[in-house]
Write a protein that binds this ligand. Structure first.
Ligand code: SF4
Length: 348
């Protein structure tokens, strides 16, 4: 129940609104299975529900339990994840599955501390799994909950700061009914996703409107510091073809770790894109390489903190090394797949 100092959150009203209005989503079917909750939470990070709906069931068909995920070939995992983006999530999910098999005999632990000790498990996901699947009274503060709490309490704190997230976690903990901790978390998220939306909150339909301090001007909340503009990167990409195959590479580190892509290099300001690309392809294939004078195709791709301006050069590589594959056989990063699709021009 609401604490006396605030006294503004009518948890009962929120929960009964949730029971009536919640969307029927496959990861909400009872009884909750911790593995399925975990998968859904990993997929929903930075990704729209409509997109996750296309991936959730196929993923669970491919990897129906913790062990099958832990034992999956990485390429197969990436192929199933392909198009969902932020591939690091899939790798972390698998690393977490490994740890559950090794430390907990394949059963997802129900203690918050054990969940938090798993690789890739942040406070939000741990709180969501603990509260939704095990009924543990733990907060799960995502962007929706941060926004709702900021508006309800008219906070002037910058929501980009870790301290504000901690403040929101403490706020949830104070208001969360212990016997319905998971439903309370989920109801706040649902309220943020469907009523207290970023741009056009529907205060008239809000079960918490009576106690909302930010209602007079919801657009003031949450307070956000200006975001740094994404860093522009010029990227030269090799289109090296041979007998219906393309030269591909898989990077183990950085932004696209774990995914296959076309060979690429970042070109610093004033840098020679062709020379850098030639050196990179020669290192991959071990032989002489020629790079076309002009790009054959161009594309752009926005990541969270970066924007790539891509130039795709036709490349002739004489070396015998490197991975020559059909691009549809592997999980190709979205940026590169889009580059291949940028023109109608045939690839081969
Ligand atoms: S009353 Fe409006 S601003 Fe306040 S929580 Fe509800 S939808 Fe958000």
């Amino acid at each position: 129940m609401a604490g006396e100092a605030e006294g503004r959150v009518n948890a009962e009203a929120l929960l009964s609104w949730f029971r009536e209005h919640k969307r029927d989503l496959p990861w909400r079917r009872e009884p909750r299975d911790p593995y399925r909750v975990w998968v859904s939470e990993a997929m929903l990070q930075q990704t729209r529900v409509e997109t996750v709906l296309r991936y959730y069931e196929p993923f669970l068909e491919a990897f129906p339990d913790i062990r099958s995920l832990a034992e999956a070939e990485e390429d197969r995992l990436m192929k199933v994840w392909e198009g969902l983006g932020y591939y690091r999530r899939a790798r972390l999910l698998q690393a977490g599955a490994h740890a559950v098999v090794e430390r907990h005999g394949g059963r997802v632990p129900g203690e918050l501390a054990d969940l938090l000790a798993l690789p890739g498990m942040g406070p939000y996901t741990a709180g969501a799994v603990a509260s939704l699947a095990f009924g543990v009274a733990a907060p799960a503060v995502d962007g929706n909950v941060l926004r709702v709490a900021s508006r309800l309490e008219a906070w002037d704190d910058d929501i980009a700061l870790p301290a504000t997230r901690r403040k929101a976690e403490a706020w949830v903990a104070r208001h969360q009914p212990p016997h319905e901790a998971g439903a309370f978390n989920e109801a706040l998220m649902e309220l943020g996703a469907t009523v207290c939306t970023p741009r056009s909150p529907r205060c008239d339909a809000c079960p918490l409107a009576a106690g909302c301090r930010g209602r007079a001007d919801p657009s003031r909340y949450p307070v956000k510091s200006a975001k740094a503009a994404p860093r522009e990167m010029r990227v030269a990409v090799a289109l090296a073809r041979r007998d219906g195959l393309l030269l591909l590479e898989k990077r183990e580190e950085g932004l696209l770790a774990g995914t296959w892509g076309l060979p690429w290099v970042e070109v610093p300001p004033g840098g020679d894109a062709r020379a850098l690309l030639r050196a990179h392809v020669e290192a991959l294939t071990g032989g002489r390489t020629r790079v076309a004078e002009r790009p054959e195709r161009r594309g752009e791709h926005a990541f969270t903190h970066r924007r790539w301006r891509m130039e795709g050069y036709a490349v002739e590589a004489a070396g015998s090394g490197g991975s020559w594959r059909r691009p549809e056989e592997v999980a190709l990063g979205t940026a590169h797949r889009r580059l291949l699709e940028t023109t109608q021009r045939a690839l081969f």
